[in-house]
Design a protein around this ligand. Structure first.
Ligand SMILES: *Cc1c(COP(=O)(O)O)cnc(C)c1O
Length: 370
């Protein structure tokens, strides 16, 4: 058996004609650099805003910049505190730290693996300015509860939807609950470019305008530098690739859900914790993360049998000392870091291959549990 963790080649082969045409159109038209005059970027921004159901989408260079620029647009600065979950990719905390603010770590709920609303208020001080719920692994955080708390305390809510394109809660899309939300189009994400790319989405015209200015050297128009900016534009080729892929996303999400269902039945009764889809949530299964006490051993045995797995992530945010965070609670995050194992999941993965992986996990989990 040889099963990759993701198979971007299979996806490319299925839509090669669309991608090749889109990329060569950019090259023929020389519309390489992003900004409001790039028709590929403008078109993608309109299509993605429409897909998510928000008024504004601002493309940018990657999801990490999208986080940092959104926080900057919200006025987050040195001395402020921003609440983040105990388990996420480093970007969520990195963006806060780069602005001189302090990430305040609040534990995840062990079932949804997203920030636990019941623990948020314990972390709020007079310095708290914002909350960044992360829709980890493609599962939307409990946004109704989080936005209620944020409203009560006057906090800015920035959704980190980097792993959650098309996920929803109560039938409402991830990315439409907060004051703003960010997406990453890193190649392996559910909607991936062929390089780095990201976006900020919001219904707030002023946040959108500020992020757009920051991302383009602080310019409101050419040579009018209104604020200290930077270069973090979405480029034409990435926008064209994303435009070509966006129509396929609903189908890819259905296929990911099929794979997840297949894992759930294939792993029933195996001594490990399976990921859950909470009531009211629609999971888009960016990752399928099981938990086992003997994770490293199982990972090794799977590798020897040709099955690639990965860790998301081997350290909780509170265990990354570069962030100099304030830790309020992190027990479940640290446990997920020790026990989590991401199994292969991608739209093209067949039920037969999933059954093969499940068979192996069952064997090695049982053998090493003895
Ligand atoms: C991928 C990711 C990001 C950052 O996106 P990049 O485009 O890689 O900068 C941020 N947050 C989470 C949760 C992610 O998974």
């Amino acid at each position: 058996m040889a099963i990759p963790f993701v198979d971007l080649k299979a996806q490319y082969q299925a839509i090669k004609a669309d991608i090749d045409a889109a990329v060569s159109e950019v090259i023929e038209s020389l519309q390489f650099i992003g900004g409001s005059s790039n028709r590929f970027v403008t078109e993608f921004e309109a299509n993605f805003a429409d897909y998510i159901g928000v008024a504004h989408c601002v493309g940018c260079a990657n999801g990490t910049d999208a986080l940092e620029m959104s926080l900057e647009a919200a006025g987050i600065a040195a001395g402020d505190e921003v609440i983040v979950p105990s388990m996420t990719w480093i970007s969520t905390g990195e963006a806060v730290t780069r602005l001189g603010a302090t990430p305040v770590i609040v534990d995840i709920d062990p079932a949804s693996r997203t920030i636990d609303p019941a623990r948020i208020e314990l972390a709020i001080t007079e310095r708290t300015k914002a909350i960044i719920p992360v829709h980890l692994y493609g599962h939307c955080a409990d946004m109704p509860a989080i936005t209620r708390i944020a409203r009560r305390h006057g906090l800015f809510v920035l959704e980190d939807a980097a792993q959650a394109h098309g996920a929803s809660y109560d039938g409402k899309n991830a990315g439409t609950f907060g004051d703003a939300a960010i997406f990453s189009f890193y190649p392996g994400k559910n909607l991936g470019a062929y390089g780095d790319a990201g976006a900020v989405v919001t219904n707030d015209a002023s946040i959108a305008a500020i992020v757009r200015e920051i991302s383009n050297h602080g310019q409101s128009k050419k040579h009018h530098h209104e604020r200290m900016g930077r270069n973090s534009r979405l480029d034409g080729i990435q926008a064209a690739v994303l435009n070509a892929k966006l129509p396929y996303l609903p189908k890819w999400t259905r296929e990911r859900r099929r794979v997840a269902d297949s894992y759930a039945s294939g792993l029933a009764g195996v001594p490990c914790v399976l990921p859950q889809e909470m009531q009211d949530a629609r999971h888009v299964w960016h990752l399928y993360v099981i938990q086992l006490a003997n994770r490293d051993e199982v990972m090794d045995l799977l590798r020897q049998s040709g099955v690639s797995t990965a860790l998301h992530y081997p350290r909780a945010l509170s265990e990354l000392s570069v962030l100099s965070s304030r830790v309020v609670s992190d027990e479940h995050g640290r446990r997920l870091a020790r026990e989590g194992l991401s199994l292969p999941i991608f739209p093209e993965l067949s039920d037969e291959d999933v059954a093969g992986v499940c068979h192996l996990v069952r064997e090695v989990a049982q053998a090493s549990a003895r």
